[in-house]
Design a binder for this molecule. Sequence first.
Ligand SMILES: Nc1ncnc2c1ncn2[C@@H]1O[C@H](COP(=O)(O)OP(=O)(O)O)[C@@H](O)[C@H]1O
Ligand SMILES: [Mg+2]
Length: 474
Amino acid sequence: MKFNFKFIIAIFIVLYAIITLLFFNFYKEIAIKDTRQEAGSMLNSMNAIRTYIEEIQRPMIYNLIEDNQSLDKYFDARILSSTYISQYIYEKQRQNKELKYRYKLVATNPLNPIHMATDFEANILNKFRDNKIQDYFSIIKENGESYFFIAKPISRNTKACLLCHGNPADAPKRLVDQYGDTRGFYEKEGDLRAMIYLKIAISDIIEYHKDEFVTGGITMFAVFIIFIILIYIIYNKNVKLQERKEILFEHQNRLAVMGSMIGNISHQWKQPLSHLSSMLINIELLSERGKLSHEKVLSKIGDANEQISFMSNTINDFKNFFSPKEINSDFKIEDIIGQSVRLLQASLNKNNIKVIIDIEENFTFVGSRNEFVQVFVNIINNAKDAFISNKIENREILIRSYKNGGKTIVSIQNNAGEISKEVIDKIFKPYFSTKDLSVATGIGLYICKVIIERYKGDISVKNIDDGVIFKIKF
Ligand SMILES: Nc1ncnc2c1ncn2[C@@H]1O[C@H](COP(=O)(O)OP(=O)(O)O)[C@@H](O)[C@H]1O
Ligand SMILES: [Mg+2]
């Protein structure tokens, strides 16, 4: 029973671990989805800024320069380069963000070498160029760290773009002075020059959503604890119910045993009583004949005392066995077996059953003596029933106690015939009986099992040559 509860808890913990894992994974997915949305709209605004510069701001400045050549000296990336300006805006925006983004524009033919695409990036850029995809998203691994990676293309080259990226001879002098004329030129209208992307460490996303994870985790844990408590309450109720049922059965069995033994008490006393009365007659006769010597009197008193103490012992055995109150104490197995056989002595004698007791190891137990007596009485009574119903001639019960492989074993064996295969697996079940239920209850062996298991022992049965053997192991 104890084991059962542990088993349930173990399953529960495993389940909880799996659910928690799934939950965190699910939450991570949501966090990433969330990030994807936010990052996507951030890339869109970057592109919008770039478009504004390219379509509005830059043409206006060129118009101004055309009108007033002296303004040419104001040619500067800070007012004309969409890359420079959007990068700057991004940096400003980033300062207010808790989530650590990494924004970058990459090209395969950049003016500024810091914008040179890696192979991986160039590969994506080429897909954008071929119009295979409109945006790109994946989880990538770099130096053992996982990153969330999202990219979008910038808008394709317009005529205006070619001023700085077409023929270097037509490009503003300052631009060529700054970046040289080896890279960033000879682009064509409609070509896709670059893409922009955001890269965020997954661990940073989780860190950013930490509060949600913690609240979720605590909620899960609370639910888990509540469940465990509920299971425990239900389980405990069951155990209590089961225990009450067992106690009820045990009393029922004790009553049945009592009923069958009431007759035994008078039987058990018949012999010593008649012995006593014949002794008294004997004394009377001797006295009448004047032959009652002092020695004779002493010897008769000794005999009488023996009979009386036998009677007193048997009545004590019965009294003890039927006494409802009992305290746990330590006792020897030999005493328990002796007491059980004495209790049944009358019916054993009446039915010609010989009991052989072989105590190889006289174990000490701590617990309720009566519970153990009840076990032996039940098993011996069953053997008696089998002897009678199978009409066995030579009736023998052998009770042994010995040690084997570090185990304490008590075996009770009889030669009353085997138990059939269909029956033998069921005999420890409550209410199983092959006997007439007006006399039998079918709970005797069930009670034996309950009692033995209460002492962390184990009871089993096996057919042998001409009978059965019950083994109790501790
Ligand atoms: N020594 C035995 N020999 C043959 N059958 C047995 C023996 N002990 C028990 N049984 C079988 O096990 C059944 C259950 O025993 P038990 O639980 O004591 O109930 P009951 O004795 O009331 O039938 C018996 O009805 C009988 O069929
Ligand atoms: Mg029985």
